[in-house]
Design a protein around this ligand. Sequence first.
Ligand code: SF4
Ligand code: MSK
Length: 648
Amino acid sequence: MNKEKHSIDKATQEMLMQMDEANIETAWDRFEQQKPQCGFGKLGICCRNCSMGPCRTDPFGEGPQTGICGATADTIAARNLLRMIAAGSAAHSDHGRDIVHTFKMAVESDSCDYMIKDELKMREVAARFGIKVENRQTKDIAGDLADAVSAEFGKQDGSLISASAYPPPSRQKIWQEFGVTPRSIDREIVEIMHRTHIGVGSDYKNLVKQGIRASLSDGWGGSLIATELSDILFGSPSPIRFSSNLGVLDAEKVNIIVHGHEPTLSDIIVAVSQEPGLVKLARDKGAKGINIAGMCCTANEILMRHGVPVAGNFLQQELAVITGVVDVMLVDVQCIMPALGSLSNCFHTKLITTSPKCKISEAEHIEFHEDKAVETARKIIKTAIENYSNRRGKGRIPKLLERGIAGFTAENIFYHLGGRFRASYRPLNDNIINGRIRGAAGVVGCNNPKQVHDCGHLTMIKELVKNNVLVVSTGCSAVAAAKAGLMRPDSAAKYCGKGLYEVCEAVGIPPVLHVGSCVDNSRILTILSNVVAEGGLGDDISDLPVAGAAPEWMSEKAVSIGMYFVASGVYTVIAEPLPILGAPNLTRYLTDEIEKDLGGKWAFETDPVKAARMMIEHIENKRDALGIKGTKERKLYDMEERRALAVD
Ligand code: SF4
Ligand code: MSK
């Protein structure tokens, strides 16, 4: 096996060799079995939205140019794209809804296992949602906030409060004039399903508008609510040390991997795993303790708040089981490969599903209910402890892990960039204006066996920081960066250009800032809004020298994320093209003309160095438009010059 062809992560390569020797198939093997993949599907020009079909159009212009109902390639591809956005937006927003339910329960019940951990943030968020906070009890404010955020999902009139409370006014005006201000979270998703039904709209631009509106209801709505309420309920993150990669598994301890996306169960699992009674039980069974590690975005949630080690990103989930030391793989929702079911049956690992939304036939199901959170967590941990003695041998854990710092948020960046007594985005804006930092890039998203695992993320990030672009990262991209040491502050000396290095060195931050899970892309939106509000870099997000990228994306959530970044004014480059290339007008619109409407646009580039250079070129063009093209050295005044300074 040419393992380098699959991954640049050494731990992954080591495990792939083991899987090959043991003749166990992985996502990479199944990807090979799928080749050649369907060309019509890739181009987005097959439709099965009614039973007259399935239909397809001929991209070479020789065969049919419409489906049976007359839908053109542009219509078909636009409808398919919208349905991807609906699914992605639904996944994020349903996650948000579950957090709202837990928050409501915490507010209403005195005997609940959850409580408000960040009261200050609760008051700030409540004020943003227009709730009176002065001279009121926490419980009363929280009750009003729970009602307000709950209503965002299903309200029938008006528009999302968060979409007018968080983005810059200029951005809100653009959305209003273009007619894409999100109205309510569920409504936009439902309307996508309506509009893409046979015989509703066929104008691709009008269809895309609804995709934009639904994506905005995700980024500035459902995802934002998930982030804000998670901080309130589980505590706002602050910079925290952590370790990452499969080497965080411990052969001598009971290992539980929490995998998926939501923090509600995993946060409790972390707390309960430290109960002396359970630790003693593990010791009685011959283990040295209980080791919790994360996978995918559940990992990012508990890493950001508790420093829980991360075992890996999306393409490493199967590899973790094959180490033979995972006693329980505990999953909630999203990004969980069905293959884990049959795979864990080949090992002693117990795969436990917990959500009624996500059952896997070969898995044990222990349903999680927030009102019995601690009780359920104890049961799951006991199951893992019992299973420890079923291990077959010592297992094989790659001795590879890396350390770093995570836990950056829109709020605490204030302190790191401004110093404890000068909490402000001013130093960040000043360093962008003076050119030490050329701009910022959000590098986010998944892994995809179409790309060499982690290679797209790391190659792009290294090219960006070398050119003095500060990187913020979420999801599996953040895990890739962490495993490669890019979240160590000392990595700035190795990878950054001079200006960015000086800033990282002075402030003590790594060149890649981990800002959380997939729903926490909303933190990036808030950071961009704060940078605009600080002043000096234009009036709108589209004026900023910033860009976004998802170099190894695979999930429908990534399509929604990309669309809300584009619709917020951000140039967004992805590797695998959106499945629209068979629709020439739609492709031209999304990769070019949409910029006139919304200030952002899509680009597709599989070469991560080329993609990074496209982002850097965009950043430099934005600097040019702002009149800050060059680099200004910091001016040090002597006493005479200081006296000469005019004081108003
Ligand atoms: Fe074919 Fe139109 Fe039906 Fe799609 S909606 S399957 S293009 S007839
Ligand atoms: S987990 S959506 S593979 S980033 Fe958020 Fe990773 Fe993508 Fe899932």
